[in-house]
Write a protein that binds this ligand. Structure first.
Ligand code: ADP
Ligand code: MG
Length: 469
Protein backbone atom coordinates (compact mmCIF):
# COMPACT_ATOMS: atom_id res chain seq x y z
CA UNK A 1 0.00 0.00 0.00
CA UNK A 2 1.46 3.37 -0.85
CA UNK A 3 1.86 6.07 1.71
CA UNK A 4 -0.56 8.18 -0.27
CA UNK A 5 -3.38 5.69 0.07
CA UNK A 6 -2.56 5.10 3.71
CA UNK A 7 -2.79 8.83 4.40
CA UNK A 8 -6.00 9.11 2.40
CA UNK A 9 -7.52 6.22 4.31
CA UNK A 10 -6.57 7.86 7.61
CA UNK A 11 -8.21 11.05 6.47
CA UNK A 12 -11.34 9.13 5.57
CA UNK A 13 -11.35 7.56 9.00
CA UNK A 14 -11.49 11.03 10.47
CA UNK A 15 -14.30 12.03 8.14
CA UNK A 16 -16.44 8.94 8.53
CA UNK A 17 -15.65 7.76 12.01
CA UNK A 18 -14.39 4.32 12.87
CA UNK A 19 -17.56 2.41 11.99
CA UNK A 20 -18.09 4.13 8.68
CA UNK A 21 -14.44 3.66 7.90
CA UNK A 22 -14.49 -0.02 8.66
CA UNK A 23 -17.68 -0.54 6.73
CA UNK A 24 -16.79 1.31 3.57
CA UNK A 25 -13.13 2.18 3.31
CA UNK A 26 -11.47 -0.74 5.06
CA UNK A 27 -12.69 -3.30 2.50
CA UNK A 28 -11.22 -1.30 -0.40
CA UNK A 29 -7.93 -2.70 -1.60
CA UNK A 30 -5.24 -0.49 -3.01
CA UNK A 31 -4.10 -1.92 -6.34
CA UNK A 32 -1.96 0.62 -8.13
CA UNK A 33 -1.19 4.22 -8.77
CA UNK A 34 -0.43 5.46 -12.24
CA UNK A 35 0.29 9.13 -12.42
CA UNK A 36 -2.86 10.78 -11.11
CA UNK A 37 -5.05 7.71 -11.18
CA UNK A 38 -5.36 5.44 -8.21
CA UNK A 39 -6.89 2.03 -8.74
CA UNK A 40 -8.79 0.49 -5.86
CA UNK A 41 -10.56 -2.79 -5.71
CA UNK A 42 -14.02 -3.24 -4.25
CA UNK A 43 -15.07 -6.68 -3.00
CA UNK A 44 -18.17 -6.84 -5.17
CA UNK A 45 -20.40 -4.91 -7.49
CA UNK A 46 -22.84 -3.83 -4.81
CA UNK A 47 -20.03 -2.42 -2.84
CA UNK A 48 -18.56 -0.64 -5.81
CA UNK A 49 -21.90 0.91 -6.73
CA UNK A 50 -22.42 2.00 -3.20
CA UNK A 51 -19.00 3.64 -2.98
CA UNK A 52 -19.58 5.33 -6.31
CA UNK A 53 -22.87 6.67 -5.20
CA UNK A 54 -22.01 7.83 -1.74
CA UNK A 55 -18.32 8.12 -1.14
CA UNK A 56 -16.56 8.70 -4.40
CA UNK A 57 -16.52 12.47 -4.23
CA UNK A 58 -15.37 12.43 -0.65
CA UNK A 59 -12.72 9.89 -1.47
CA UNK A 60 -11.52 11.87 -4.43
CA UNK A 61 -11.29 15.02 -2.35
CA UNK A 62 -9.37 13.29 0.41
CA UNK A 63 -7.00 11.82 -2.15
CA UNK A 64 -6.49 15.17 -3.84
CA UNK A 65 -5.86 16.82 -0.48
CA UNK A 66 -3.16 14.28 0.34
CA UNK A 67 -1.64 14.24 -3.12
CA UNK A 68 -1.73 17.99 -3.57
CA UNK A 69 -3.30 17.69 -7.03
CA UNK A 70 -6.48 16.50 -8.72
CA UNK A 71 -6.74 12.73 -8.63
CA UNK A 72 -8.93 10.19 -10.36
CA UNK A 73 -10.12 6.99 -8.77
CA UNK A 74 -10.50 3.83 -10.74
CA UNK A 75 -12.67 1.44 -8.83
CA UNK A 76 -12.35 -2.14 -9.98
CA UNK A 77 -13.95 -5.31 -8.81
CA UNK A 78 -12.38 -8.30 -7.14
CA UNK A 79 -12.13 -11.40 -9.38
CA UNK A 80 -15.07 -11.62 -11.80
CA UNK A 81 -15.67 -7.95 -12.19
CA UNK A 82 -12.19 -6.99 -13.26
CA UNK A 83 -12.44 -8.15 -16.84
CA UNK A 84 -15.67 -6.28 -17.38
CA UNK A 85 -14.24 -3.13 -15.94
CA UNK A 86 -11.08 -3.38 -17.96
CA UNK A 87 -13.26 -3.70 -21.03
CA UNK A 88 -15.13 -0.61 -19.97
CA UNK A 89 -11.83 1.12 -19.33
CA UNK A 90 -10.64 0.41 -22.84
CA UNK A 91 -13.79 2.07 -24.03
CA UNK A 92 -13.06 5.13 -22.03
CA UNK A 93 -15.54 4.45 -19.27
CA UNK A 94 -13.23 2.87 -16.81
CA UNK A 95 -12.60 5.57 -14.29
CA UNK A 96 -15.46 5.55 -11.92
CA UNK A 97 -16.13 9.20 -12.40
CA UNK A 98 -19.76 8.87 -13.35
CA UNK A 99 -20.73 11.34 -10.68
CA UNK A 100 -18.25 13.94 -11.70
CA UNK A 101 -19.87 14.50 -15.01
CA UNK A 102 -22.99 16.47 -14.65
CA UNK A 103 -25.24 14.49 -16.94
CA UNK A 104 -27.39 14.02 -13.92
CA UNK A 105 -27.47 10.28 -14.31
CA UNK A 106 -24.07 9.18 -13.30
CA UNK A 107 -25.04 7.08 -10.40
CA UNK A 108 -21.66 5.56 -10.59
CA UNK A 109 -22.47 2.38 -12.43
CA UNK A 110 -20.31 1.77 -15.45
CA UNK A 111 -20.53 5.31 -16.64
CA UNK A 112 -23.02 6.25 -19.27
CA UNK A 113 -21.44 6.67 -22.67
CA UNK A 114 -19.81 9.99 -23.25
CA UNK A 115 -20.67 10.06 -26.91
CA UNK A 116 -18.64 8.45 -29.55
CA UNK A 117 -19.25 6.92 -32.91
CA UNK A 118 -18.28 3.47 -33.83
CA UNK A 119 -18.51 0.98 -36.61
CA UNK A 120 -16.71 -2.13 -37.76
CA UNK A 121 -16.97 -5.59 -36.13
CA UNK A 122 -20.25 -5.68 -34.31
CA UNK A 123 -20.98 -7.61 -31.15
CA UNK A 124 -24.35 -7.77 -29.52
CA UNK A 125 -23.93 -4.41 -27.85
CA UNK A 126 -22.45 -1.12 -28.75
CA UNK A 127 -19.05 -1.25 -27.07
CA UNK A 128 -19.22 2.28 -25.77
CA UNK A 129 -22.72 2.33 -24.37
CA UNK A 130 -23.69 1.22 -20.92
CA UNK A 131 -23.92 -2.56 -21.39
CA UNK A 132 -26.79 -2.88 -18.92
CA UNK A 133 -29.06 -0.54 -20.80
CA UNK A 134 -30.54 -3.01 -23.26
CA UNK A 135 -34.11 -3.88 -24.14
CA UNK A 136 -33.54 -7.26 -22.52
CA UNK A 137 -32.91 -5.60 -19.16
CA UNK A 138 -35.79 -3.17 -19.44
CA UNK A 139 -38.95 -4.20 -17.61
CA UNK A 140 -42.13 -3.18 -19.37
CA UNK A 141 -45.18 -2.09 -17.40
CA UNK A 142 -48.20 0.08 -17.99
CA UNK A 143 -46.30 3.27 -17.20
CA UNK A 144 -43.63 2.80 -19.85
CA UNK A 145 -45.36 0.51 -22.33
CA UNK A 146 -45.97 3.15 -24.93
CA UNK A 147 -42.48 4.61 -24.76
CA UNK A 148 -41.07 1.10 -24.93
CA UNK A 149 -43.12 0.20 -27.99
CA UNK A 150 -42.12 3.44 -29.69
CA UNK A 151 -38.46 2.79 -28.85
CA UNK A 152 -38.63 -0.68 -30.33
CA UNK A 153 -40.31 0.55 -33.47
CA UNK A 154 -37.60 3.16 -33.94
CA UNK A 155 -34.83 0.69 -33.15
CA UNK A 156 -36.15 -1.76 -35.71
CA UNK A 157 -36.71 0.79 -38.45
CA UNK A 158 -34.50 3.75 -37.75
CA UNK A 159 -35.32 6.86 -39.69
CA UNK A 160 -38.48 5.37 -41.10
CA UNK A 161 -41.08 5.41 -38.40
CA UNK A 162 -41.02 8.20 -35.89
CA UNK A 163 -38.48 10.89 -36.38
CA UNK A 164 -37.64 12.34 -34.02
CA UNK A 165 -38.69 10.14 -31.14
CA UNK A 166 -39.03 12.29 -28.06
CA UNK A 167 -39.23 10.53 -24.70
CA UNK A 168 -39.94 12.47 -21.56
CA UNK A 169 -40.54 11.71 -17.90
CA UNK A 170 -39.30 12.25 -14.35
CA UNK A 171 -35.89 11.47 -12.95
CA UNK A 172 -34.79 7.88 -12.66
CA UNK A 173 -37.65 6.39 -14.64
CA UNK A 174 -35.62 4.78 -17.41
CA UNK A 175 -35.31 7.36 -20.19
CA UNK A 176 -31.57 7.00 -20.60
CA UNK A 177 -31.88 3.23 -20.34
CA UNK A 178 -34.51 3.08 -23.04
CA UNK A 179 -32.80 5.33 -25.55
CA UNK A 180 -29.48 3.57 -24.99
CA UNK A 181 -31.29 0.32 -25.77
CA UNK A 182 -32.30 1.87 -29.07
CA UNK A 183 -28.66 2.63 -29.71
CA UNK A 184 -27.52 -0.91 -28.95
CA UNK A 185 -30.20 -2.37 -31.18
CA UNK A 186 -29.58 -0.08 -34.13
CA UNK A 187 -25.89 -0.71 -33.91
CA UNK A 188 -26.19 -4.49 -33.78
CA UNK A 189 -28.86 -5.02 -36.42
CA UNK A 190 -29.33 -3.97 -39.99
CA UNK A 191 -27.48 -4.90 -43.14
CA UNK A 192 -24.62 -2.51 -42.58
CA UNK A 193 -22.90 -1.09 -39.53
CA UNK A 194 -24.55 2.14 -38.56
CA UNK A 195 -22.91 5.00 -36.80
CA UNK A 196 -24.79 5.62 -33.62
CA UNK A 197 -23.94 8.58 -31.45
CA UNK A 198 -25.23 8.85 -27.92
CA UNK A 199 -24.61 12.09 -26.14
CA UNK A 200 -25.93 13.91 -23.09
CA UNK A 201 -27.09 17.34 -24.27
CA UNK A 202 -24.69 18.98 -21.85
CA UNK A 203 -21.76 17.31 -23.53
CA UNK A 204 -23.06 18.45 -26.88
CA UNK A 205 -23.01 21.96 -25.52
CA UNK A 206 -19.52 21.62 -24.09
CA UNK A 207 -18.15 20.24 -27.32
CA UNK A 208 -19.78 23.04 -29.21
CA UNK A 209 -18.27 25.66 -26.94
CA UNK A 210 -14.83 24.07 -27.22
CA UNK A 211 -15.10 23.88 -30.99
CA UNK A 212 -16.08 27.51 -31.17
CA UNK A 213 -13.19 28.50 -28.97
CA UNK A 214 -10.68 26.51 -30.93
CA UNK A 215 -12.13 27.51 -34.25
CA UNK A 216 -13.00 23.93 -35.12
CA UNK A 217 -16.64 24.29 -36.09
CA UNK A 218 -16.10 22.50 -39.37
CA UNK A 219 -15.03 19.36 -37.56
CA UNK A 220 -17.83 19.67 -35.06
CA UNK A 221 -20.48 19.81 -37.78
CA UNK A 222 -18.87 17.03 -39.71
CA UNK A 223 -18.89 14.77 -36.66
CA UNK A 224 -22.58 15.18 -36.01
CA UNK A 225 -23.82 15.15 -39.54
CA UNK A 226 -21.97 11.98 -40.37
CA UNK A 227 -23.95 9.81 -37.98
CA UNK A 228 -26.86 7.56 -38.91
CA UNK A 229 -28.52 7.90 -35.53
CA UNK A 230 -28.16 10.66 -33.01
CA UNK A 231 -29.39 10.16 -29.46
CA UNK A 232 -29.35 13.34 -27.44
CA UNK A 233 -30.12 12.79 -23.78
CA UNK A 234 -31.70 15.42 -21.54
CA UNK A 235 -32.35 18.12 -24.09
CA UNK A 236 -33.86 20.31 -21.39
CA UNK A 237 -30.25 21.35 -20.78
CA UNK A 238 -30.30 23.19 -24.08
CA UNK A 239 -32.84 25.58 -22.59
CA UNK A 240 -31.75 29.18 -22.73
CA UNK A 241 -28.56 28.39 -24.66
CA UNK A 242 -29.11 30.26 -27.86
CA UNK A 243 -25.94 29.42 -29.70
CA UNK A 244 -26.22 25.74 -28.84
CA UNK A 245 -29.83 25.63 -29.90
CA UNK A 246 -29.04 27.28 -33.18
CA UNK A 247 -26.30 24.79 -33.92
CA UNK A 248 -28.46 21.90 -32.89
CA UNK A 249 -31.27 23.17 -35.06
CA UNK A 250 -29.02 22.91 -38.10
CA UNK A 251 -27.69 19.52 -37.05
CA UNK A 252 -31.23 18.33 -36.59
CA UNK A 253 -32.32 19.52 -40.00
CA UNK A 254 -29.32 18.03 -41.75
CA UNK A 255 -29.91 14.62 -40.17
CA UNK A 256 -33.65 14.73 -40.61
CA UNK A 257 -33.39 15.60 -44.29
CA UNK A 258 -31.30 12.49 -44.82
CA UNK A 259 -33.83 10.46 -42.84
CA UNK A 260 -31.33 9.67 -40.16
CA UNK A 261 -32.90 8.78 -36.86
CA UNK A 262 -32.97 11.32 -34.06
CA UNK A 263 -33.90 10.32 -30.52
CA UNK A 264 -34.34 12.86 -27.74
CA UNK A 265 -35.11 12.70 -24.05
CA UNK A 266 -36.16 15.35 -21.62
CA UNK A 267 -37.73 15.73 -18.21
CA UNK A 268 -40.63 17.68 -19.74
CA UNK A 269 -42.68 17.89 -22.93
CA UNK A 270 -41.17 20.33 -25.44
CA UNK A 271 -43.70 23.05 -24.81
CA UNK A 272 -42.88 23.10 -21.11
CA UNK A 273 -39.15 23.43 -21.51
CA UNK A 274 -38.57 27.06 -20.63
CA UNK A 275 -36.25 28.94 -22.94
CA UNK A 276 -36.55 26.45 -25.79
CA UNK A 277 -36.74 28.25 -29.13
CA UNK A 278 -39.99 27.82 -30.93
CA UNK A 279 -38.51 26.46 -34.13
CA UNK A 280 -36.70 23.79 -32.17
CA UNK A 281 -39.83 23.01 -30.21
CA UNK A 282 -41.69 22.55 -33.48
CA UNK A 283 -39.05 20.10 -34.64
CA UNK A 284 -39.22 18.18 -31.39
CA UNK A 285 -42.98 17.94 -31.69
CA UNK A 286 -42.93 16.86 -35.30
CA UNK A 287 -42.30 13.17 -34.64
CA UNK A 288 -43.62 11.02 -31.84
CA UNK A 289 -43.73 12.09 -28.19
CA UNK A 290 -43.95 9.37 -25.55
CA UNK A 291 -43.93 9.69 -21.81
CA UNK A 292 -42.63 7.44 -19.07
CA UNK A 293 -44.59 7.63 -15.83
CA UNK A 294 -43.55 6.20 -12.45
CA UNK A 295 -43.97 2.42 -12.37
CA UNK A 296 -46.96 0.89 -10.63
CA UNK A 297 -46.59 -1.71 -7.89
CA UNK A 298 -46.65 -4.71 -10.23
CA UNK A 299 -43.94 -3.25 -12.38
CA UNK A 300 -41.85 -2.39 -9.36
CA UNK A 301 -42.06 -5.99 -8.22
CA UNK A 302 -41.03 -7.16 -11.68
CA UNK A 303 -38.11 -4.73 -11.75
CA UNK A 304 -36.88 -5.85 -8.33
CA UNK A 305 -37.12 -9.49 -9.33
CA UNK A 306 -35.22 -8.91 -12.51
CA UNK A 307 -32.47 -6.90 -10.86
CA UNK A 308 -32.16 -9.38 -8.03
CA UNK A 309 -31.55 -12.15 -10.54
CA UNK A 310 -29.03 -10.04 -12.42
CA UNK A 311 -27.23 -9.23 -9.18
CA UNK A 312 -27.40 -12.77 -7.94
CA UNK A 313 -29.30 -11.62 -4.89
CA UNK A 314 -31.79 -13.95 -3.27
CA UNK A 315 -34.91 -12.16 -2.15
CA UNK A 316 -37.89 -13.81 -0.54
CA UNK A 317 -41.23 -12.74 -2.02
CA UNK A 318 -42.19 -10.84 1.12
CA UNK A 319 -38.95 -8.88 0.98
CA UNK A 320 -39.53 -8.05 -2.67
CA UNK A 321 -43.04 -6.89 -1.80
CA UNK A 322 -41.78 -4.85 1.13
CA UNK A 323 -39.30 -2.98 -1.06
CA UNK A 324 -41.80 -2.53 -3.88
CA UNK A 325 -44.35 -1.05 -1.52
CA UNK A 326 -41.87 1.16 0.24
CA UNK A 327 -40.16 2.77 -2.72
CA UNK A 328 -42.88 4.54 -4.57
CA UNK A 329 -41.69 5.75 -7.89
CA UNK A 330 -38.12 6.23 -8.83
CA UNK A 331 -36.43 3.17 -10.31
CA UNK A 332 -33.00 4.51 -9.50
CA UNK A 333 -33.96 4.68 -5.83
CA UNK A 334 -35.20 1.17 -6.09
CA UNK A 335 -31.83 0.08 -7.41
CA UNK A 336 -30.15 2.01 -4.60
CA UNK A 337 -32.12 -0.04 -2.09
CA UNK A 338 -31.06 -3.29 -3.71
CA UNK A 339 -27.48 -2.13 -3.85
CA UNK A 340 -27.42 -1.35 -0.19
CA UNK A 341 -29.20 -4.56 0.76
CA UNK A 342 -26.76 -6.60 -1.26
CA UNK A 343 -23.75 -4.81 0.19
CA UNK A 344 -24.92 -5.13 3.78
CA UNK A 345 -26.02 -8.72 3.39
CA UNK A 346 -22.70 -9.73 1.90
CA UNK A 347 -20.71 -7.83 4.51
CA UNK A 348 -22.70 -9.20 7.41
CA UNK A 349 -23.18 -12.57 5.78
CA UNK A 350 -26.81 -12.24 6.87
CA UNK A 351 -29.97 -13.56 5.29
CA UNK A 352 -32.24 -10.84 3.96
CA UNK A 353 -35.44 -10.85 5.92
CA UNK A 354 -38.09 -8.14 5.95
CA UNK A 355 -36.72 -6.97 9.27
CA UNK A 356 -33.18 -6.88 7.90
CA UNK A 357 -34.45 -4.89 4.91
CA UNK A 358 -36.39 -2.51 7.12
CA UNK A 359 -33.32 -1.72 9.17
CA UNK A 360 -30.96 -1.55 6.23
CA UNK A 361 -33.21 0.76 4.29
CA UNK A 362 -34.86 2.81 6.98
CA UNK A 363 -33.37 6.08 5.82
CA UNK A 364 -33.97 5.40 2.12
CA UNK A 365 -37.54 4.35 2.48
CA UNK A 366 -40.40 6.70 2.90
CA UNK A 367 -42.84 6.63 5.66
CA UNK A 368 -46.18 6.11 4.00
CA UNK A 369 -48.24 6.21 7.13
CA UNK A 370 -47.46 9.75 8.14
CA UNK A 371 -49.73 12.26 6.47
CA UNK A 372 -48.70 15.81 5.83
CA UNK A 373 -50.83 18.58 7.29
CA UNK A 374 -52.19 21.63 5.53
CA UNK A 375 -49.48 23.87 6.98
CA UNK A 376 -46.64 21.77 5.66
CA UNK A 377 -48.35 21.56 2.27
CA UNK A 378 -48.62 25.34 2.15
CA UNK A 379 -44.97 25.66 3.05
CA UNK A 380 -43.76 23.07 0.55
CA UNK A 381 -45.90 24.45 -2.28
CA UNK A 382 -44.71 28.00 -1.74
CA UNK A 383 -41.09 26.82 -1.62
CA UNK A 384 -41.62 24.80 -4.75
CA UNK A 385 -43.01 27.72 -6.73
CA UNK A 386 -40.70 30.26 -5.13
CA UNK A 387 -43.42 32.44 -3.72
CA UNK A 388 -43.83 33.72 -0.19
CA UNK A 389 -45.93 31.72 2.22
CA UNK A 390 -47.73 34.90 3.22
CA UNK A 391 -48.67 35.51 -0.40
CA UNK A 392 -49.98 31.99 -0.72
CA UNK A 393 -52.27 32.58 2.23
CA UNK A 394 -53.18 36.12 1.24
CA UNK A 395 -56.06 37.39 -0.87
CA UNK A 396 -53.77 38.26 -3.75
CA UNK A 397 -55.27 37.37 -7.07
CA UNK A 398 -52.33 37.56 -9.44
CA UNK A 399 -52.56 34.62 -11.76
CA UNK A 400 -49.42 32.87 -10.60
CA UNK A 401 -50.19 33.15 -6.91
CA UNK A 402 -53.78 32.09 -7.42
CA UNK A 403 -52.55 29.07 -9.32
CA UNK A 404 -50.09 28.07 -6.57
CA UNK A 405 -52.87 28.46 -4.04
CA UNK A 406 -55.11 26.16 -6.06
CA UNK A 407 -52.37 23.56 -6.18
CA UNK A 408 -51.92 23.79 -2.41
CA UNK A 409 -55.68 23.42 -1.90
CA UNK A 410 -55.81 20.45 -4.20
CA UNK A 411 -52.94 18.71 -2.40
CA UNK A 412 -54.45 19.50 0.99
CA UNK A 413 -57.62 17.75 -0.01
CA UNK A 414 -55.84 14.87 -1.62
CA UNK A 415 -53.26 14.19 1.05
CA UNK A 416 -54.88 15.09 4.35
CA UNK A 417 -58.14 14.16 6.01
CA UNK A 418 -59.15 17.80 6.32
CA UNK A 419 -62.58 18.73 5.02
CA UNK A 420 -63.13 21.42 2.38
CA UNK A 421 -64.25 23.99 4.99
CA UNK A 422 -61.26 23.26 7.24
CA UNK A 423 -58.89 23.66 4.32
CA UNK A 424 -60.70 26.88 3.46
CA UNK A 425 -59.98 28.18 6.97
CA UNK A 426 -56.27 27.68 6.46
CA UNK A 427 -56.40 29.88 3.39
CA UNK A 428 -58.96 32.37 4.68
CA UNK A 429 -61.40 31.24 1.99
CA UNK A 430 -64.74 29.49 2.03
CA UNK A 431 -65.24 25.87 1.10
CA UNK A 432 -66.65 26.57 -2.37
CA UNK A 433 -63.36 28.17 -3.41
CA UNK A 434 -61.50 25.09 -2.26
CA UNK A 435 -63.86 22.77 -4.14
CA UNK A 436 -63.46 24.83 -7.27
CA UNK A 437 -59.66 24.74 -6.95
CA UNK A 438 -59.69 21.02 -6.29
CA UNK A 439 -61.75 20.25 -9.37
CA UNK A 440 -59.74 22.54 -11.56
CA UNK A 441 -56.40 20.99 -10.64
CA UNK A 442 -57.80 17.48 -10.70
CA UNK A 443 -58.96 17.97 -14.28
CA UNK A 444 -55.60 19.20 -15.32
CA UNK A 445 -53.77 16.40 -13.55
CA UNK A 446 -55.88 13.86 -15.40
CA UNK A 447 -55.52 15.42 -18.81
CA UNK A 448 -51.98 16.70 -18.82
CA UNK A 449 -49.30 14.20 -17.96
CA UNK A 450 -46.50 16.75 -17.78
CA UNK A 451 -48.50 18.72 -15.27
CA UNK A 452 -49.17 15.53 -13.35
CA UNK A 453 -45.44 14.93 -13.14
CA UNK A 454 -44.90 18.34 -11.59
CA UNK A 455 -47.58 17.70 -9.02
CA UNK A 456 -46.05 14.34 -8.24
CA UNK A 457 -42.75 16.06 -7.72
CA UNK A 458 -44.31 18.25 -5.05
CA UNK A 459 -45.84 15.19 -3.44
CA UNK A 460 -42.45 13.56 -3.34
CA UNK A 461 -40.99 16.63 -1.78
CA UNK A 462 -43.68 16.57 0.85
CA UNK A 463 -42.73 13.03 1.66
CA UNK A 464 -39.07 13.80 1.97
CA UNK A 465 -39.87 16.76 4.19
CA UNK A 466 -41.79 14.43 6.45
CA UNK A 467 -39.02 11.90 6.49
CA UNK A 468 -36.47 14.50 7.40
CA UNK A 469 -38.64 15.62 10.26
P1 ADP B 1 -33.66 8.56 -16.36
O1 ADP B 1 -32.76 8.72 -17.54
O2 ADP B 1 -35.11 8.58 -16.73
O3 ADP B 1 -33.36 9.49 -15.24
P2 ADP B 1 -32.36 6.01 -16.15
O4 ADP B 1 -32.57 5.49 -17.52
O5 ADP B 1 -31.01 6.52 -15.82
O6 ADP B 1 -33.44 7.10 -15.77
O7 ADP B 1 -32.78 4.86 -15.13
C1 ADP B 1 -32.38 4.85 -13.78
C2 ADP B 1 -32.03 3.45 -13.39
O8 ADP B 1 -33.21 2.67 -13.31
C3 ADP B 1 -31.13 2.76 -14.40
O9 ADP B 1 -30.18 2.00 -13.73
C4 ADP B 1 -32.07 1.88 -15.18
O10 ADP B 1 -31.45 0.71 -15.65
C5 ADP B 1 -33.15 1.57 -14.18
N1 ADP B 1 -34.46 1.42 -14.81
C6 ADP B 1 -35.36 2.40 -15.05
N2 ADP B 1 -36.48 1.90 -15.61
C7 ADP B 1 -36.27 0.57 -15.73
C8 ADP B 1 -37.08 -0.50 -16.22
N3 ADP B 1 -38.31 -0.30 -16.72
N4 ADP B 1 -36.56 -1.74 -16.18
C9 ADP B 1 -35.32 -1.96 -15.68
N5 ADP B 1 -34.53 -1.00 -15.20
C10 ADP B 1 -34.99 0.26 -15.21
MG1 MG C 1 -31.26 10.03 -17.91
Amino acid sequence: MTGLWQRTADRMREELGQVGYETWIGPLKFIAQQETTVTLEAPNRFFRDWINERYLDLLRRALAAEAGEEMEINLTLGNGGVAALQQAHKNGNGTASGNGHSNGHGNGKVAAPRGSTSDGGRGDRHPQFNPRYTFAEFVVGSANQFAHAAAQAVANQPGEKYNPLFIYGGVGLGKTHLVTAIGHRIWTTGDRPRKVLFMPAEIFMNELINSLRRDKMGEFREKFRRVDTLILDDVQFLAGRERTQEEFFHTFNALHAERHQIVLTSDKVPREIPGLEERLRNRFESGLIADIAPPDLETRVAIIQKKAVLENLKLAPEVTMYIAQSVSSNVRELEGCLTRLGALASLNKAAITVEFARQALHDLIRNHDAKPDVDSIQKTVSDFFHIRLTDLKSKKRTQHIAFCRQVAMYLSRKLTDASFPTIGDHFGRDHSTVIHAYNLILRRVSSDSAFRLSIEKIERELKSVRNAA
